[in-house]
Ligand binder design. Structure first.
Ligand SMILES: [Zn+2]
Length: 440
């Protein structure tokens, strides 16, 4: 190849003196293109202490995988100088501008890999890039760690805390989301009170103070409440409506399951013999909003409402609690919320349905937080949605090997980290206005 090709690639690779492309070797049979880079300088600045005009001790061969060139795998090779310094006495390898020290990939390749891992399971991204997924996991860990070190948490005030599972039924991850900025400042292994204490420490390490957290939205986990009490002195807890309505649904399901077991005849007769599908319609109809009922659910629910079954009462109780929440969201009036909730609580206490009596007791024990959760219109709906995405990512990855991997992916995708390298693949900018018109 002629001299023009080398200088073309020197500028395409973004190299400047003392570095340049010395030789380009395109091997179509092996589907690769190799670039030999050379450093023209005879004397260099010491990377360790910054003293200029130091002698070169020796040169060591290094190779880097770069972004593909057309359909060819691209590799850079260079004899990297080691500098012997007369000032500090150290022999140090020169830092090359296209890669981070010790990496076998160029910085642009790593940036592309990171962008792919924000959208794809790591295994798939690795297959697409033709490298080992282990290599990508190491990069994710490095870049996420570096970006998190620079993350600013001084503005975090309102957080939503929740847990999500690493494996089915075991190994939990606690996630702490900033509900205002809609991002994930903190995640860690476990789901005990220590996770909240660790969050407070992490906040301090990132320019924040535990006192700045004014509000925590959470489920009724005693462990989180204990952690908040210990480590976030100014925070008021509000119990998330999503979890409380879910608790009411669970109580209702318990009543129905118990009753279908003990009185199967009552259900069978009214629903038309042994129609299992109708029983299923009933259980779904009870959980759903009435405006979403199918024809079969409508029929089953119509029958239920005209029955004297405990399940009918359980359903009315659940719907009434939902109404209390809906009203609260509308008028946002503390006195009115308290009045409506206490009348629901006294109904639930007197209803002779064990699961609802238990629920009423729990809500009474956490009354202030429950009322707060109704009033300020805050909820962990966002946190739940993010947990849904994390579980989706987990399924797509066919599970994460370690909690560290799970947390790294959560940070990579949900923390909106400002100091991650950006995707090098950007649209070309048009050279002339006339080109824009033609493209349109
Ligand atoms: Zn030196």
């Amino acid at each position: 190849m002629g001299i023009e090709i080398e200088s073309l690639f020197t500028s395409a690779l973004g190299l400047s003196a003392p570095w340049r492309v010395e030789k380009v070797n395109l091997d179509t049979a092996h589907r690769r293109i190799d670039f030999d880079l050379t450093c023209d300088a005879k004397r260099l600045t010491c990377p360790a202490c910054g003293l200029s005009d130091q002698g070169i001790h020796d040169r060591q061969t290094r190779d880097w995988r770069h972004l593909d060139f057309f359909q060819y795998e691209a590799w850079l090779h260079a004899q990297v100088p080691r500098i012997t310094c007369s000032g500090c006495g150290k022999t140090t390898q020169m830092q090359v501008p296209w890669a981070r020290a010790g990496s076998g990939f160029t910085a642009l390749f790593e940036a592309l890999a990171l962008s792919l891992c924000q959208e794809l399971p790591v295994r798939q991204a690795a297959a697409l890039l033709r490298c080992a997924d282990k290599q990508l996991w190491r990069r994710i860990e490095h870049y996420v760690g570096a970006a998190r070190k620079l993350d600013d948490m001084s503005e975090v005030k309102i957080v939503g805390i929740d847990e999500t599972s690493l494996r089915k039924g075991q190994n939990y991850i606690t996630v702490v989301h900033d509900l205002e900025k809609k991002r994930l400042p903190f995640a860690c292994e476990g789901r005990d009170h220590q996770t909240v204490v660790d969050f407070a420490a992490d906040l301090k390490a990132h320019g924040g103070e535990p006192e700045q957290i004014k509000h925590v939205c959470q489920d009724m986990s005693a462990a989180f409440a204990k952690g908040v009490g210990q480590a976030l002195p100014e925070a008021q807890i509000s119990y998330d409506r999503f979890h409380i309505v879910a608790m009411a649904n669970k109580a209702m399901d318990e009543v129905r399951q118990e009753e279908t077991r003990t009185q199967p005849k009552a259900f069978k007769q009214a629903l038309g013999g042994n129609d299992r599908k109708l029983l299923k319609s009933l259980s779904w109809g009870m959980r759903r909003n009435p405006d979403g009922w199918s024809q079969k659910q409508l029929y089953a629910m119509h029958w239920l409402q005209h029955s004297t079954l405990k399940s009918a009462r359980a359903w009315r109780l659940k719907m009434a609690l939902r109404t209390v929440y809906a009203n609260a969201a509308q008028h946002n009036n503390e006195a009115q919320v308290k009045a409506e909730l206490s009348s629901w609580l006294s109904w639930a206490t007197r209803c002779r349905l064990e699961p609802f009596k238990k629920l009423a007791k729990t809500l009474k024990a956490h009354l202030d937080g429950v009322v707060r959760g109704m009033l300020d219109n805050r909820s962990n709906a966002y946190v739940e949605a993010m947990n849904g995405l994390l579980q989706q990512a987990k399924r797509a990855a066919r599970g994460f090997k370690t909690a560290t991997n799970f947390i790294a992916i959560a940070y990579l995708r949900m923390s909106k980290l400002k100091h991650l390298p950006s995707n090098p693949m950007q649209p070309a900018t048009p050279k002339y206005n006339v080109l824009i018109h033609r493209c349109l």
